[in-house]
Design a protein around this ligand. Structure first.
Ligand SMILES: Nc1ncnc2c1ncn2[C@@H]1O[C@H](COP(=O)(O)OP(=O)(O)OP(=O)(O)O)[C@@H](O)[C@H]1O
Length: 552
């Protein structure tokens, strides 16, 4: 039977309107789809305007319906609601206005550190924390209004949040946890679960991580709304996405502390991050923001919105006004020294350091002997953690097809390296491929016939792998005329350079990329490390050269 073709999927939020006329009648969620039927679960009973009680069922059946995916309407309504909450005349909103609109100085309890507080004693004695992390949690424990935790890549932001929750629970505090995306919320919850901390997860069952689903309210054996509300009331830790905060289950619920992980913000229409973050702020007496504004900030396309401050996250706004509210995590446990050096030189002004000598010296380990041409052996050499394969001698130019930009030769080189890594015993799950462009990710997917993960750089924020392959794509016959807003954004370059633990292999055109100042600096840095490998036409099989030039 022919498949029903639609961009709608189970779990999508939709808007139901009448046709013709386009009158919005209801909103709901797609719960089932077949080739001839779509089932939508609605938040309230469906009624046509002006329809009488007697003819209601018949009118509904006769009506022609239009179903739209609800990409923005729900979010806009929530943001409007959040803004209104901020301007309410009550103590909570007034305090919040003082903090985030008037930028009043945040207060910290200085005597508290020396008291007999069990939470503070616990943090001093917890061996799994480093000094930065301890200081960060003490900042949270002593904050009266808010605390800001700036965590560079791999510095244990999530781990720090977990121990902060543990310490706050010792004080009997109730805690609301949020992030922008479901995966970021669940990432934190998985770590809480591993520490035996109980919590309630609010969210649609289908989008919640399977290991967290048993903590979802919908999965709990409860009898009616009252019992559910009671469970939430009794629960000390509740987790939800920033947009999920409007759940009626949370109405009237208040928490002592609200912790928000700002790091996963880019996958949302980020223009309104402040308005989105506002919602949960009104639920607690003090808040903690955890983030890294050196990674990708809100994506704002409108110049007017940018000029009016829409691209500034709440974290950035508060940290610039009150640097004393920030505690920085600088010891990272992800990248070996050579990989860390790149972002240290380009972005972090050498403030990032390796958390242990094990991390610093980590090398990729092969189980099989090296094989293949010299350039591949050099690219895979474990003693070269950072390699840049320069394609200039190949004249491997990009293709531009209806705004989709890709580079077949780079895709081919990446596929060859992946084959060699796998044949030398590296596991598929330890390799990741990233690129700035969706179209290049698609092309690489066609060339790499394994289940190795291939994503855009933006989608890879918050993730890591032992070995990362990065295809820059841009290679122009006229490098002087080359402009790329995607590669010109230093936050994106930072994310790309901080995903690999032991081996980072980049593929690109040195000449073209050098027209972007930051990338020029990157190439110089890799050169200092002896990591530039130039590939020429004699290094690539003739049929491959021909196939790639045919694709152009
Ligand atoms: N004090 C510590 N000692 C040793 N290892 C640690 C410490 N803190 C964190 N780690 C390890 O560092 C790694 C990264 O930690 P985590 O995922 O919490 O970092 P993150 O800052 O949230 O990462 P991201 O940059 O993806 O946001 C994990 O493997 C974690 O176990």
């Amino acid at each position: 039977m022919k498949k029903f073709e639609s961009s709608l999927r189970n779990g999508d939020y939709v808007i139901l309107s009448t046709e013709p006329g386009g009158i919005l009648i209801a909103t709901g969620v797609v719960v089932d789809m077949s080739c001839s039927r779509i089932s939508v679960s609605l938040s309230k009973r469906l009624r046509l305007p002006g329809s009488s009680r007697t003819s209601q069922a018949q009118d509904l059946h006769q009506q022609l319906w239009r179903i739209h995916k609800d990409e923005f309407m729900g979010s806009f309504a929530i943001m409007r609601f959040n803004l209104i909450q901020l301007f309410l005349q009550n103590e909570q909103s007034s305090h919040l206005r003082k903090m985030i609109v008037d930028l009043e100085v945040p207060r910290f309890d200085s005597g508290c550190q020396f008291s007999q507080d069990p939470a503070i004693s616990y943090i001093w004695s917890e061996k799994n924390l480093n000094d930065d992390q301890r200081r960060a949690i003490l900042k949270i424990l002593t904050a009266k209004d808010y605390a800001l935790i700036l965590g560079m890549p791999g510095t244990g932001k999530t781990s720090t949040m977990v121990y902060a929750v543990k310490a706050l629970l010792m004080r009997g505090s109730s805690i609301l946890l949020t992030s922008y995306t479901n995966s970021a919320v669940d990432n934190l919850l998985l770590k809480l679960k591993a520490q035996g901390i109980d919590f309630i997860r609010i969210g649609r069952y289908e989008v919640v991580h399977e290991e967290v689903r048993e903590n979802c309210l919908s999965m709990m054996d409860t009898h009616g709304l009252e019992e559910i509300k009671q469970r939430i009331e009794q629960s000390k830790v509740v987790a939800v996405t920033c947009l999920g905060i409007t759940s009626p289950l949370l109405s009237n619920k208040r928490f002592d502390v609200y912790i928000m992980d700002e790091a996963g913000q880019t996958t949302l229409p980020g223009k309104f991050t402040i308005q989105v973050s506002l919602g949960p702020l009104t639920f607690a007496s003090k808040f903690v923001l955890v983030g890294d504004h050196y990674q990708l900030p809100p994506l704002v396309q409108s110049a007017e919105a940018r000029e009016n401050g829409m691209a500034v996250s709440l974290f950035c706004r508060l940290s610039e006004a009150h640097p004393q509210a920030i505690c920085t995590l600088q010891s990272q446990y992800r990248m070996c020294a050579a990989i860390m050096e790149l972002s240290n030189a380009l972005i972090y002004g050498h403030r990032l350091r390796c958390g242990s000598s094990q991390v610093e010296k980590a090398k990729i380990k092969y189980t099989a002997l090296p094989s293949g041409p010299t350039w591949i052996k050099e690219a895979l050499n474990p003693d070269r953690p950072v390699v840049f394969i320069n394609t200039d001698l190949l004249l491997a130019f990009e293709t531009n097809d209806r705004k989709a930009v890709n580079n077949p030769m780079e895709a081919n080189i990446i596929a060859e390296i992946v084959r060699r890594l796998l044949s030398r015993g590296i596991l598929e799950e330890d390799i990741g491929i990233i690129t700035p462009y969706n179209s290049q990710a698609d092309l690489i997917r066609q060339s790499v016939s394994t289940s190795v993960e291939i994503h855009t750089i933006d989608k890879y924020q918050g993730r890591d792998k032992d070995c990362i392959l990065l295809s820059f794509v841009r290679s122009s016959e006229n490098p002087r005329n080359y402009v790329s807003s995607l590669l010109g954004d230093w936050h994106r370059i930072n994310v790309a350079l901080t995903r690999a633990k032991k081996k980072l292999i980049m593929v690109g055109s040195c000449i073209t990329l050098s027209s972007v100042p930051l990338l020029k600096l990157l190439i110089e840095k890799v050169e200092e490390q002896g990591g530039i490998l130039s590939v020429s036409k004699k290094d690539i099989h003739k049929p491959e050269l021909k196939r790639c030039s045919n694709l152009r």
